[in-house]
Design a protein around this ligand. Structure first.
Ligand code: ADP
Length: 372
């Protein structure tokens, strides 16, 4: 398994390239645009949309195994390709690509998740959460609705797009965990992290999260059950809500590497990208342990429509101690777009979370100064 095909050529595939070099693997990426981040680092690129299954059929003849950095694929069309080995398999993706079937899958397997239903099945009380069933990311397609007027206008705007409705969880914190499973069934679970969202977009991640032993155990159980039930080969990200009374609910499962695992590049024995490549190419999994007391990850989100390299801000952030700036090389900036991220390694401190949040605020002041 030396040649790995990757569906999607965004920043996740871009970050896989360094791990591929380390493992001596060749990456062939399927992505539509010349300007997509991974094009400059992949050994070969097949220029096509991620849901173009005929292009994936061509890709399958050029590689030993195909994995995903983007799950917005056409599963039915992919299932007809005889020449491809997908890892994770299509059946490990099938319940997850639609938010309604994903929640149904969790419920079937007794994994805790917010209550959910289809339009018209229950009376609506506010606040409530409405989500488009497919193709949602970075909060696109997620609407937290607090009154009847907004409910009506949102439904009108969405017209015939299929939606799922779910109870609003007044969570205490949001958590996430990356998990890997190999073809032999070996499982590696990364530290649980705290994620902080603003306007439904991830702004920062703190590793490890300060959680009780019982929460840790419950998240371990959820992660193992999920990967085993789905027979996953690869890396999955699991987003969770933690309630005030220490209950854990699964918000969302990403069948690939995830923003909440970027800190693993500098802060863990094995990065999530190396782990995915190890799992899909039949190498033994690496250790998921932290190599330092903790880490902070801050997303560099676009805040304007512009074509800028933001060199001055990036250089200023890179001056901070134990700080690593990753710039995805996207030519267009627009509000909310993920342009890069910063990881800071943290020293042991009595209150790791407080010191992480202070550093995050310094980074964000430098990054967003044009608007603040
Ligand atoms: P996406 O797939 O776009 O990432 P998510 O379902 O993860 O969308 O939702 C994005 C964010 O919206 C979550 O991180 C959380 O902050 C908020 N959110 C989503 N669902 C709920 C819910 N049921 N209750 C409260 N907040 C929610």
């Amino acid at each position: 398994m030396n040649r790995v095909g990757v569906i999607g050529g965004g920043q996740l595939a871009w970050m896989m390239a360094e791990a591929a070099r380390k493992l001596d693997l060749t990456l062939v990426v399927q992505t539509p645009e010349e300007s997509d981040p991974a094009v400059s680092v992949a050994q070969e690129t097949l220029f096509a949309r991620v849901n173009d299954a005929s292009a994936t059929e061509v890709l399958s003849t050029a590689v030993d195994v195909i994995t995903f950095e983007n799950e917005f694929v056409d599963l039915d069309a992919l299932a007809k390709i005889q020449t491809a080995t997908f890892r994770p398999s299509l059946s490990a993706l099938a319940p997850l690509l639609d938010k309604y079937t994903q929640r149904s899958f969790l419920k079937t397997h007794n994994l805790p998740t917010p209550n959910f239903w289809l339009l018209g099945e229950r009376e609506v009380t506010f606040p409530i959460v409405l989500k488009t069933r497919r193709l949602g990311y970075d909060g696109q397609g997620t609407f937290i609705i607090r009154d009847a007027a907004t409910w009506e206008t949102t439904l009108e705007k969405l017209q015939s797009i299929p939606i799922v409705i779910e109870e609003f969880i007044p969570f205490d914190r949001e958590l996430a965990v990356m998990v890997a499973r190999s073809s032999s069934g070996e499982i590696a679970i990364y530290p649980i992290v705290e994620t902080q969202q603003e306007a439904q977009v991830c702004r920062r991640v703190i590793a490890p999260a300060e959680v009780s032993e019982s929460v840790k155990k419950e998240i371990d159980r959820i992660a193992k059950t999920l990967l085993e039930k789905l027979n996953v080969i690869g890396v999955y990200g699991i987003e969770l809500f933690l309630t005030q009374d220490d209950r854990v609910l699964v918000n969302e499962i990403a069948p690939r590497t995830h923003n909440s695992g970027h800190y693993t590049i500098e802060a863990c024995e094995t990065s999530q990208f190396e782990q995915q490549l190890r799992a899909v190419s039949d190498l033994p999994l690496g250790s998921a342990a932290l190599t330092c007391a903790g880490a902070l990850m801050v997303n560099l989100l676009g805040f304007e429509i512009a074509e800028s390299e933001y060199l001055e801000q990036r250089n200023a952030i890179a001056q901070l101690p134990k700080t690593f700036v990753h710039w995805y090389g996207k030519s267009q900036s627009r509000p909310g777009r993920k342009l890069g991220h910063v990881t800071v390694l943290l020293d042991d401190a009595p209150n790791l979370r407080d010191s992480a949040l202070k550093i995050a605020s310094t980074i964000e002041q430098i990054w967003y100064r044009q608007t603040s």
